[in-house]
Design a protein. Structure first.
Length: 257
């Protein structure tokens, strides 16, 4: 599936491309400085003010983007915990249902739990569709079971089981929405454009004999962009939300039988 985030899903590619492109822009700035000196040395103070302002703006934008990525990471982590709590609670409440459907409900919840763990652990986008399809199928089956119990016996006790199943479905929807909530593409375009301008200005104003300095800023900026992209990429990043609470619940349910 093509999307504007196709490249941003792979933080390591962002790192490599950023280093190459930003270093090239700094080198082009240095080359232009040697060919066409657009300002005199006495005007360097004004040039340094422009360079400093550009770098400051870039730092602010990267800082805000990093904060956005962290908040989304924390949200995904909290929702994973909420999913585990909802499934565990409903598993217990399933005992309130009529005896003939209690075991069926618990078995469906275990299968559902397995699918949710697979969703968090899977790193290939092509394998997500079957997991989501199976998850939706199990949700329909679980809701049908508790719905039939509610129709057969309308009382507050059955209502607890129905409410718990509703929480299971809602937390899954919230988690899926959180995984799709990414840093806007416009923010990435803005960061890239200002980073290119900063490196070009740095190269243009750098001393001719210090080409090694041209590599420092591109590498630092590339690492910063990589870190933001990595945290913002829930499936392909190195820093990921692992289903620790869901896995702990799975182990608990297996040991209880």
């Amino acid at each position: 599936m093509n999307s504007p985030y196709s490249l941003l899903r792979f933080p390591v590619a962002i790192l490599g491309l950023s280093v190459a492109i930003l270093w090239l822009s700094a080198s082009l700035g240095a080359y232009a400085s040697q060919r066409w000196r657009l300002f005199q040395e006495e005007e360097r103070e004004g040039f340094n003010i422009v360079l400093t302002a550009t770098l400051t703006l870039l730092g602010l934008i990267i800082g805000f983007s990093f904060s956005m990525a962290i908040s989304r990471y924390d949200q995904r982590k909290n929702l994973e915990e909420a999913e585990a709590n909802a499934i565990g609670t409903e598993y217990v409440r399933a005992g309130l249902l009529p005896m003939e459907i209690t075991d069926r409900t618990k078995d469906l919840l275990k299968q559902y739990l397995d699918q949710r763990i697979l969703f968090y652990e899977e790193r290939h986008d092509g394998n997500i569709a079957p997991i989501e399809s199976r998850t939706a199928q199990l949700q329909d089956e679980m809701w049908t079971v508790v719905q039939s119990a509610a129709h057969a016996q309308r009382d507050p006790v059955i209502g607890l089981a129905v409410s718990g199943m509703n929480d299971v479905l809602n937390t899954q929807a919230d988690s899926t929405a959180a995984w799709r909530n990414r840093i806007p593409q416009a923010a990435w375009i803005l960061m890239g454009a200002i980073a290119l301008c900063s490196c070009t200005l740095l190269g243009y104003g750098a001393p001719r004999t210090r080409w090694v300095l041209l590599a420092i800023l591109p590498v630092v900026l590339a690492i910063a962009l990589f870190l933001v992209a990595d945290i913002d990429s829930p499936r392909h990043g190195l820093i990921r939300v692992l289903p620790e609470n869901l896995a702990a619940l799975q182990q608990s349910l297996r040991s209880s039988r």
